[in-house]
Design a protein around this ligand. Structure first.
Ligand code: FA5
Ligand code: MG
Length: 431
């Protein structure tokens, strides 16, 4: 049993989004602050970094169908069950995902659309979309970010595997000419990352190689031009790492060396036949990947804070042009304002109604009150009272606007509201 709290405004009325009604229940935890993001659709703005990056990736997969307007509201079935997530997977928790009610949620990844697209007979497609996850507050985490899903399935009975082999030969030749070093210890199947029992190993190898060639080519296109190397003396470095996803086997993650650091950009794998069978296309085979646009955009455009993507300040928006990767020039940073808040957590098992205290619920409450004015919230002190056993925590809030100077009075008002709500809704005792 995990604690959650319902949306504040009109908590007795059902949620109405895009003309559809979602009755509230004990799962409802999507806040107005989050629901306000649904219409923004940053990936559709042609001269926004997220939109620029989308177009660039679409041009790499130019013979794929490009889907950019699928609703962020999906069923739990689509987001988790169809993909084979176990019933106790942590991603399902109310502390990690946003639910409208026990049946509907905000998608946590673009993979939520795989089965629906396969079922519709689509073989090669990209889905670009906003995704939602409850998380901590700092300069690289935001509860909304963007992903791109790429899927490529073929029908072996229609010569699909031979086509992949031909494309593999072309892609291999192009990569052989490029200044790129690919570290791939995942190689062929391994004991911990095996091909599927249903697959002929030769076919599985061709599909996995096609996936790797396609994505190595994408990485070269995105990162090959600049500071990462790829065109100068320094080669671009890419590495492949074994991973686990419930609907792919084998599975991988890809990291790129950029400015001296490994950056994880995507997860991928050979689609499990169970997922294809669920989509009514068990006769097909292929691969899927899902990449995160913000992380890539932050390094390519030198954007220092993830909140900037959501800024409507012209000093941000005017710096970018369709089709161009340019370096962001930060405008003056406004002063920050620190506030500390210390409180006793509810005692374990105290009273009947008290559920487990979870930090993500606290972060969510802060986001709901402070919006984008809060830059970070950090746990700076924790101790357990030696006699009572109660736990005290102190969090440091770092307030800073992207666009203007904040007054101390204004910040105090927000901080007081946070304090009031954390007391009344999360059963803590402010010290
Ligand atoms: C997924 O979301 C899988 N759906 C990816 C996938 C698709 C696997 C198809 C297999 C087949 P993951 O949670 O690791 O996996 O996220 C994928 C990418 O999204 C990450 O590599 C990262 O680039 C980005 N990402 C994940 N969490 C965040 C976050 N909190 N903020 C910004 N980017 C994130
Ligand atoms: Mg990951």
């Amino acid at each position: 049993p995990r604690r959650h709290y319902a949306v504040r405004t009109n908590p007795t009325e059902p949620l109405v989004i895009d003309g559809k009604t979602y009755p509230r229940d004990h799962f409802t935890n999507a806040t107005p602050t989050i629901l306000d993001k649904l219409p923004r659709r940053l990936h559709l703005q042609p001269s926004h970094p997220i939109g620029i990056l989308r177009s660039l990736i679409e041009s790499h997969f130019n013979d794929f169908e490009h889907l950019n307007s699928l609703s962020p509201i999906v069923t739990v079935q689509q987001n988790f069950d169809d993909l084979g997530f176990p019933a106790d997977h942590p991603g399902r928790a109310l502390t990690d995902s946003y639910y409208l009610n026990q049946r509907h949620m905000l998608r946590t990844h673009t993979s939520a659309h795989e089965v629906e697209c396969f079922s519709a007979g689509k073989d090669r497609f990209l889905v670009t979309a906003d995704v939602y996850r409850r998380d901590e507050i700092d300069r690289s985490h935001y509860p909304v970010f963007h992903q791109m899903e790429g899927c490529n399935v073929v029908d072996p009975a229609q010569g699909g595997i031979e086509r992949l082999e031909r494309e593999n030969a072309q892609m291999r030749a192009a990569l052989g000419q490029a200044n790129i070093v690919i570290e791939d210890p995942t190689g062929d199947e391994t004991a911990t990352n095996p091909y599927q029992a249903e697959h002929d190993p030769r076919t599985a190898r061709i599909i996995a190689e096609h996936l790797k060639n396609s994505l190595n080519g994408l990485v070269l296109k995105l990162f090959g031009g600049g500071r990462a190397g790829g065109d100068g003396a320094e080669p671009l470095r890419v590495r492949w790492i074994e991973a686990t996803f419930p609907w792919t086997a084998p599975s991988y993650e890809v990291e790129v060396m950029f400015n001296g650091k490994w950056l994880e950009i995507l997860g991928c794998g050979v689609v499990r036949q169970a997922a294809l069978e669920r989509s009514g296309v068990g006769h097909k085979q292929g691969w899927a990947f899902g990449l995160g646009l913000e992380r890539i955009a932050m390094v390519l455009f030198s954007i220092p804070d993830i909140r900037l993507f959501w800024s409507s300040d012209a000093r941000f928006a005017s710096q970018f042009r369709q089709g161009e990767i340019s370096t962001f020039r930060p405008y003056s940073r406004f002063p920050e304002c620190y506030k500390d808040l210390a409180f006793w957590l509810p005692a374990q098992g105290e009273g009947e109604g008290v559920k487990a205290w979870h930090e993500n619920d606290f972060m969510e409450l802060v986001r709901d009150e402070a919006g984008d004015l809060v830059e970070g919230v950090q746990l700076i002190d924790e101790f357990t009272h030696p006699k009572t056993g109660r736990v005290s925590r102190c969090y440091r809030f770092n307030y800073r606007s992207m666009d203007r100077s904040l007054s101390n009075e204004e910040v105090n008002v927000i901080q007081e509201r946070v304090q009031e709500r954390v007391t009344s809704e999360m059963q803590v005792e402010v010290r």
